[in-house]
Write a protein that binds this ligand. Structure first.
Ligand SMILES: Cc1ncc(COP(=O)(O)O)c(C=O)c1O
Length: 492
């Protein structure tokens, strides 16, 4: 502890007082928040308690704090506070020197801004309704998992908790007829991290990667950020046009959504699956099979994953709970071919050690107890109801003005507007927004808006799992009005 004479003590006390005042006024402490005790602050600053007490007395005298009998000092509850400020910025900031990866990331278009809060209906795809989350059951699973952590806290297996991997292995077999060892499973922070690990381990900048066209934007961006030269291939009504693969001999990867193509909804036929695997056998490429929403089949039978047909160990399977529980949990899993399991485990360890253990164990209990599959059945029924209302509203309000695709499965539909040329797609979105609708265009999902196989009409990807029936109906009513305005002769 620094020993100070009286004058020095006063100067130090003033400095402490000044610095606390600036922090309080800058919003570093909220109104009514406790300041550190005089003992704790004195120990932290290496000065005597008398010095800190003098600083607090000054703050008290000036009305910045209150000191209640026997309690620590509080920021005065009535004080007007500012927003926390950054230190003064230097006048000229040098442009950052980014890595190749950094440059590619900064070249990607910015993400969609958050929609305004007050909307009639936000048809953003990927959102789920908060009311569908099994709050009580999840709390129970978390509570049950908590005591298991008290003994010793240490890093876990990078592949994920064995309990969860075993529960997932059994689940995948039951629900998807997918057979694998628990050793082949790596628990990841959503399928997004699985994709990122694939690019780190299997791609060098400049390598070619086959993608579907249109394609899931986050997958395409992950590949582009890694420096991949993407090769977009048309999607037909029975999936990726695998007949067009014959001329592509040097691709390292192929990213597909065979159970329910995102966004068009095609299910890849067995013939195309075989053609894809034959191509993989000839070229040595790996296939990333993104099975993101296989829990939601409505008018069609479940089709086992491509993984089951793969005898050469070239398919990397990705699954997620983002469509069944919550995208905020950031829990997903990958099934990797045996020869890749060690390198994936090591990469996961390097990237973030492992996915948080508590949530993994809660999910393990949730799956093993049967609660997960009960929940999936419940949300499937719930989403089937929403989907029925959406399809009915679209058909009654917009009828022959639209063509709907991809409604057999998943949590979104694609709506094409036969009277709106694609150059007016932006206008449709903006008019929708002005009228209180969150609408999302299909064009950014295509590699180019001019590809011949893309309909010439404007199109929307409409998610419905985050909305209740009333909002869905109101949203479609409003969409019909917006559409009239956009297609009115003067608008063209
Ligand atoms: C095609 C596709 N794959 C995967 C995901 C889920 O990603 P994550 O598991 O990272 O939340 C989504 C979510 O919208 C998706 O559309």
């Amino acid at each position: 502890m620094v020993q100070l004479d009286r004058d020095e003590r006063n100067t130090v006390a003033q400095k402490i007082c000044g610095s606390l005042k600036r922090q309080i006024m800058g919003g570093a402490y909220a109104r009514g928040a406790s300041l550190p005790s005089t003992r704790a602050l004195a120990a932290e600053l290496g000065v005597s308690r008398t010095t800190v007490t003098a600083a607090y007395e000054q703050l008290l005298a000036e009305g910045f704090i209150e000191i209640r009998q026997g309690a620590t000092a509080l920021v005065a509850p009535t004080l007007e506070l500012g927003v926390p400020k950054m230190r003064r910025r230097p006048k000229r900031l040098r442009p950052p020197v980014l890595s190749g990866y950094g440059r590619r990331v900064s070249d990607l278009p910015p993400s969609d801004p958050a929609p305004p809060r007050k909307m009639i209906a936000d048809f953003r795809y990927g959102d789920l309704a908060g009311t569908d989350f099994p709050t009580l059951a999840w709390k129970r699973a978390l509570n049950a998992a908590l005591p298991r952590h008290s003994e010793r806290l240490r890093y876990d297996d990078p592949r994920g908790s064995l309990k969860l991997r075993s529960a997932l292995q059994a689940y995948l077999w039951r629900a998807r007829s997918l057979q694998c060892d628990a050793d082949q499973i790596v628990v990841v922070n959503g399928s997004q991290q699985g994709l990122d690990l694939c690019t780190r381990l299997l791609l060098d900048a400049g390598n070619r990667v086959v993608i579907e066209d249109p394609c899931y934007v986050s997958a395409r961006e992950t590949l582009l950020a890694a420096g991949a030269a993407t090769v977009p291939i048309e999607v037909a009504s029975d999936g990726l046009r695998t007949d067009q693969l014959a001329t592509i001999k040097d691709a390292r990867l192929c990213y597909v959504t065979p159970s329910h193509q995102f966004p068009l909804g095609a299910v890849m036929s067995v013939g195309r699956r075989q053609e894809l695997l034959a191509w993989v056998g000839r070229t040595g490429a790996y296939v990333i099979e993104d099975d993101y929403d296989s829990e939601y089949r409505f008018d069609i039978k479940p089709i086992p994953p491509l993984h089951g047909l793969d005898e050469a160990g070239r398919v990397i399977y990705l699954g997620t709970v983002s469509k069944t529980l919550s995208p905020r949990l950031r829990l997903g899993y990958m099934v990797v071919p045996l020869p890749l399991r060690e390198v994936f485990a090591k990469a996961k360890q390097i990237v973030d050690r492992h996915t948080p253990t508590l949530e993994q164990e809660a999910l393990a209990d949730f799956i093993a107890s049967g609660a997960y599959e009960r929940h999936v059945r419940r949300v499937r029924r719930r989403n089937a109801e929403r989907r029925a209302v959406l399809l009915k509203a679209l058909s009654t309000k917009l009828g022959r003005q639209i063509v709907v695709s991809g409604a057999d499965a998943g949590l979104h539909v694609v709506v094409w507007f036969r009277q709106v040329p694609r150059r007016l797609e932006r206008r449709l979105i903006e008019a929708g927004q002005a009228a209180g609708l969150g609408l999302y265009p299909i064009t950014p999902l295509y590699s180019s808006s001019t590809v011949a196989y893309r309909p010439a009409w404007a199109g929307l990807v409409m998610g419905y799992a985050g909305l209740d029936e009333v909002r869905i109906e109101r949203g479609v009513d409003r969409l019909a009005i917006v559409l009239d305005a956009v297609t009115a002769p003067a608008a063209g």
